[in-house]
Design a protein around this ligand. Structure first.
Ligand code: ADP
Length: 792
């Protein structure tokens, strides 16, 4: 159509339609919406005349009624190819641009704009440069289409067919998404090559944007693809697992675990950790080894009493009542325990030394008192034995990386008793060892230290557990081997062991009723007479506590139960003459170590883990050359003590009425039965000396005297430990007189009054006083001499 207007003379004045957001180029067909009244009038006018109209863009699209100044100066004359009036008074028109014109003047504004115009010549010079530029532009245009610009294929083809640079410029500018100003700029460029250059520039810019856009696009696509792939794979996995029957069960398990974790009321950080483990658990394939490791770990976490407590308000009177109900005697112990409970209540268990340590021989009621404390406080009771524990991990657990790792014994026990504040008894703290696997006592220190144990870290758990509400009680047979740092933390209460009278009462009031009941009997089935009980204590047991006594009673009960069930007898009386029927021959000889006064045998008192005991020390002389033979599994200290005794006797031989050369003529053998039991310590010093002097002087040692004391080279008697236990043992054995070092006199207040009354105490400062008291006077000549010496 442009051709039609090829030589067409453009009228001088034309009706004008201002355009918003649109620039019309020559040779291009554009649809137009006409709505404004003035524009409608212009359209009307043109249609009546020659269908020609001037289309000029507004500088600002938003202005409804632009003034002449608000229009660009250069526009495009177009011919109206079609007009369609719409019912709302507006119109749609199809126009085709013809020429570029410049407005010289707006000659009329109402009822429509009319402009006087001059035609702009089309300067079109087509040389090689222009040709190259055109190719470049077209190829860029194609590229834009490839990069996703919505340009139809025909448009590209059309572009390829355009031969004039100016027209190509118009064509491409029309199809690019340009701003109105940019389009206007193209319209205003009269020189066709310059115009194409401008288009080329805009096109490059567009291309760059498209490239960046496509890069972003492809990256986004990549990410989406990856996420999709993962999702897809996971769904597939789930489907497979479901097919294998694992998923539903696992899902249910996970839900159950989560519910249990919530229920366990863990501290927030522990709960967080537990939930994380559940998360890990949920991602593991069913049946894998690690799955069961995580599952076990979660089970431990869940089973711990994070928030479970049992308590009762502490009432001291009631506590005292409970202790009395369960135990005979032990007055001092009970008193100390009540005091401790009072302090524990006031300081809330945070005071130094707030851990009780019960020290005493086995069977003296340590555990039993611990249980009563738990009962008085309304707490649960737990107990572990530390005897022989050498590995720190037993207390603190193994790290989870170990195969078959478990928490330490403390945590295990708490999970078992299901309370975070039980009375927790740690038995045999005196028997924990140290070796390459770490020092368990240092772990124990952390457990017992109120400053640290609120966040006790078990290697297996990895999360802290609060032990501060646990009431720890330790027990030991002897104090000496408890690591000092540990001992410092604890308040020691001694359980000395029982006298025969006490044992009798304990048996009658506690052990027998307990065992009778425990074997399903009643008191009508069994009667143990007092004299038989006494015999049982004396001749079937020899102990500080009542453990073996209880065992023997239990043995009697078993046999009685059998007889009752077999219907042989309804009531059985155990008397001293039929005791052997139940328990076999007697095991110990009751009474003094010796039956009559003997030469060369003295009775000593020892103190072992199982309480005090009596021993006889034997000395004998053989022709020889002064060798000293020591037997009976004696420790170094005891051997040295024997040598000191020999040296003292040599130095005092003449005063003691002994041949001064005895050590040249005789070998001396000292033996301490029982030979298989290890013995050590200096406290048998005076006993060895006494037996030796007896052997040398042939003076008899009195059978009803027992003794303990260390000897020095100058014959001084030095104090020793365990006086109370030793005296109780002497009393049990029917000894009448006890020789103790003078400096031990102060310890006698610990000995029960009735025991003190029944014994005569000889407090020796010098070993000569021991000889005087223990040895029968010699009837011979030298005996007088000795007596004088002793007096001196
Ligand atoms: P330990 O822990 O010191 O080895 P236990 O507490 O196990 O000793 O005591 C052994 C047995 O003797 C238990 O059955 C206990 O009840 C009983 N028993 C110990 N001392 C007494 C006592 N004073 N009164 C009543 N029963 C006692």
């Amino acid at each position: 159509m442009a051709k039609i207007f090829g030589n067409f003379k453009i009228p001088k004045e034309l009706p004008l339609i201002p355009l918003r957001d649109l620039v019309v180029f020559p040779n291009l067909v554009v649809p137009l919406f006409v709505g404004r009244q003035r524009s409608m009038n212009a359209l009307e006018k043109a249609m009546q005349k020659d269908h020609l109209v001037l289309l000029v863009s507004q500088k600002k699209a938003e202005i409804q009624e632009p003034s002449p100044e608000e229009l660009y100066e250069i526009g495009c004359v177009a011919t109206i190819m079609q007009e369609l009036k719409l019912p709302d008074g507006t119109a749609k028109a199809l126009v085709e641009g013809i020429r570029r014109v410049r407005i010289l003047e707006i000659v009329q504004e109402e009822p429509y704009f009319k402009a006087r115009v001059e035609e702009l010549p089309e300067i079109d010079h087509k040389d090689l440069g222009a040709e190259a530029l055109m190719r470049n532009v077209v190829s860029q245009f194609e590229k834009a289409a490839q990069l996703g610009k919505p340009i139809p294929r025909e448009v590209i083809l059309a572009a390829l067919n355009i031969e004039s640079p100016g027209r190509l410029a118009d064509f491409i500018a029309f199809h690019l998404s340009l701003k109105t100003e940019e389009r206007q700029e193209i319209l205003e460029a009269v020189d066709s090559v310059k115009r194409l250059e401008k288009v080329n520039l805009l096109l490059s810019k567009e291309l760059e944007i498209l490239e960046i856009g496509s890069k972003i696009q492809s990256r986004v696509r990549e990410q989406v693809n990856k996420a999709q792939k993962e999702y897809f794979l996971k769904e597939q996995l789930k489907a497979i697992q479901k097919e294998l029957g694992g998923l539903d069960e696992q899902q249910a398990e996970i839900e159950e675990l989560k519910a249990k974790i919530k229920e366990a009321k863990m501290p927030p950080d522990v709960e967080e950790k537990a939930m994380k483990e559940v998360e890990r658990f949920s991602k593991m394939p069913p049946g894998s080894a690690e799955l069961s490791v995580v599952r076990t770990y979660l089970d431990w976490l869940i089973s711990l009493p994070w928030a479970i407590k049992t308590t009762k308000k502490l009432n001291l009177k009631e506590a005292a009542k409970i202790l009395d109900e369960d135990h005979y005697g032990l007055e001092k112990v009970k008193e100390r325990v009540i005091e401790f409970l009072a302090v524990h209540k006031l300081t809330k268990g945070k005071a130094k030394g707030s851990i009780l340590c019960f020290v005493g021989p086995p069977g003296t009621g340590k555990t039993s008192i611990g249980k009563s404390i738990a009962r008085a406080l309304g707490r649960k009771f737990a107990r572990i034995s530390l005897g022989g524990v050498r590995d720190e991990a037993e207390i603190r657990g193994h790290r989870r990386t170990y195969v078959g790792a478990l928490p330490g014994r403390i945590i295990q026990t708490l999970a078992h008793v299901k309370s975070k504040n039980p009375v927790f008894m740690l038995d045999e703290v005196d028997k924990i060892g140290v070796d390459f696997r770490g020092d368990p006592s240092s772990a124990l220190l952390e457990v017992l230290d109120p400053e640290q144990n609120y966040s006790f870290s078990d290697h297996y758990l990895e999360v802290p557990f609060d032990l501060s509400e646990v009431m720890f009680i330790t027990t030991a047979n002897i104090l000496d081997t408890i690591p000092p740092a540990l001992r410092d933390r604890m308040e020691v209460i001694h359980f000395p062991g029982y006298t025969e009278e006490e044992k009798l009462k304990i048996a009658q009031n506690f052990l027998i009723p307990k065992q009778v009941k425990g074997h399903g009997l009643t008191k009508n089935n069994l009667e143990i007479k007092e004299d038989s009980l006494r015999k049982l204590i004396r001749e079937y047991t020899r102990e500080a506590g009542v453990r073996n006594l209880e065992r023997e009673i239990s043995s009697i009960c078993r046999q009685v139960a059998r007889k009752v069930v077999e219907g042989r007898k309804k009531k059985i009386k155990v008397k001293s003459n039929n005791l052997a029927d139940f328990l076999g021959p007697t095991r110990f000889r009751y009474g003094m170590a010796e039956e009559k006064d003997e030469i060369g045998t003295a009775t000593g008192l020892v103190w072992t883990e199982v309480g005090g005991d009596i021993i006889s020390v034997e000395a004998t002389l053989m022709k020889g050359k002064g060798n000293l033979i020591l037997t009976g599994y004696l420790g170094d200290v005891m051997k040295e003590s024997a040598q000191a005794a020999v040296s003292y006797i040599r130095s005092r031989a003449s005063e003691l009425g002994i041949d001064e050369d005895f050590y040249k003529k005789y070998d001396i053998h000292i033996h301490v039965p029982a030979g298989a039991i290890p013995k050590d310590g200096p406290s048998a010093g005076i006993t060895m000396a006494t037996s030796l002097v007896s052997a040398l002087t042939k003076r008899k040692v009195k059978k009803d005297i027992a003794m303990t004391g260390e000897i020095t080279l100058r014959g001084h008697v030095l104090p020793v430990g365990g006086i109370k236990e030793k005296i109780l043992a002497a009393h049990r054995a029917g000894i009448k007189q006890v020789i103790i070092p003078e400096e031990n006199e102060k310890d006698l207040i610990l000995v029960p009054k009735h025991v003190q009354k029944e014994l005569k105490f000889i407090k020796a400062k010098n070993v000569d006083e021991v000889f005087k008291a223990a040895l029968e006077p010699n009837r011979g000549k030298k005996a007088t001499h000795i007596r004088e010496v002793v007096k001196a």
